[in-house]
Design a protein around this ligand. Structure first.
Ligand SMILES: *Cc1c(COP(=O)(O)O)cnc(C)c1O
Length: 240
């Protein structure tokens, strides 16, 4: 039987190799386990194997797991699209949000972040592939949004996040990661205090690490195929 402990170890080995191949230290790269559609029991199994950071995409599903696992000191990250009526419960239940892509959502997350908690850690999601269906701020407005987030009292801007176009063309994939990396370097040059590039998933984490990723968000390589397909995957199948 393939255990989560063994797949988790394999992913860590892959991260370490990808880091070494490009002269980076493995501990520069944080592993976020993307647990959407997987059960609280699976999350717990991963936690028992040493994984402490988990990412969720769907609020209702996430809240159920957070509740069931509330005795474990898990750091929960929200990585999915955000509707404005969901900001309060996101601000109350997560340590990080990777998918901020407009001012209205940033405003509401700051307003809704409880005073009893530390500031909400934020990545701005950038639409690096330019696909209409993708979430994320357009690259040309990212700096403006970054300046806006920095001005909000209950948010702490950490960096940028992207979900590039799914492609087996390594050059295209790397160019999209590099675009995010260049935007990140430019923001830092402009004085933004950033330390996070959230990029890389099961299929493409090696390339993302080569391009400077500091957080990889990995689901299927840890948990196996999703228990039910997510809307984006159903849409992709329908057009095939
Ligand atoms: C599902 C998801 C991941 C993980 O994808 P895998 O291909 O299963 O590794 C990473 N980031 C986001 C935003 C996701 O929705």
């Amino acid at each position: 039987m393939v255990t989560i402990a063994s797949t988790l170890q394999a992913v860590k080995t892959r991260i370490a190799k990808a880091a070494q191949n490009t002269g980076r230290q493995p501990d520069e790269i944080m592993l976020l386990a993307a647990s959407k559609t997987n059960t609280a029991e699976q999350v717990k199994e991963a936690w028992l194997a040493g994984q402490t950071i988990f990412g969720e995409n769907y609020l209702q599903e996430a809240l159920e797991k957070i509740f069931v696992l509330s005795d474990l000191p898990i750091e929960w990250h929200f990585i999915g699209p955000i509707q404005s009526n969901k900001t309060r419960r996101i601000a109350e239940n997560f340590a990080w949000v990777h998918s901020v892509d407009r001012k209205k959502i940033a405003d509401r997350l700051s307003r809704d972040r409880p005073e009893t908690l530390p500031p909400l850690q934020i990545c701005i999601q950038v639409n690096v592939s330019g696909e209409d269906t993708k979430s994320g701020v357009s690259p040309k407005f990212a700096a403006d949004l970054a300046a806006y987030v920095v001005g909000l009292p209950r948010l702490r801007l950490r960096g940028l996040m992207a979900v590039p176009e799914l492609t087996t063309a390594t050059a295209l994939q790397r160019s999209q990661f590099r675009m995010l990396r260049n935007m990140y370097d430019q923001l830092r040059q402009d004085g933004f205090d950033l330390d996070t590039l959230s990029m890389g998933m099961s299929e493409d984490m090696d390339n993302a690490i080569a391009e400077g990723s500091t957080i990889v968000r990995v689901g299927t390589a840890i948990f196996g195929p999703r228990r039910y397909p997510i809307p984006e995957e159903l849409a992709a199948r329908a057009t095939r």
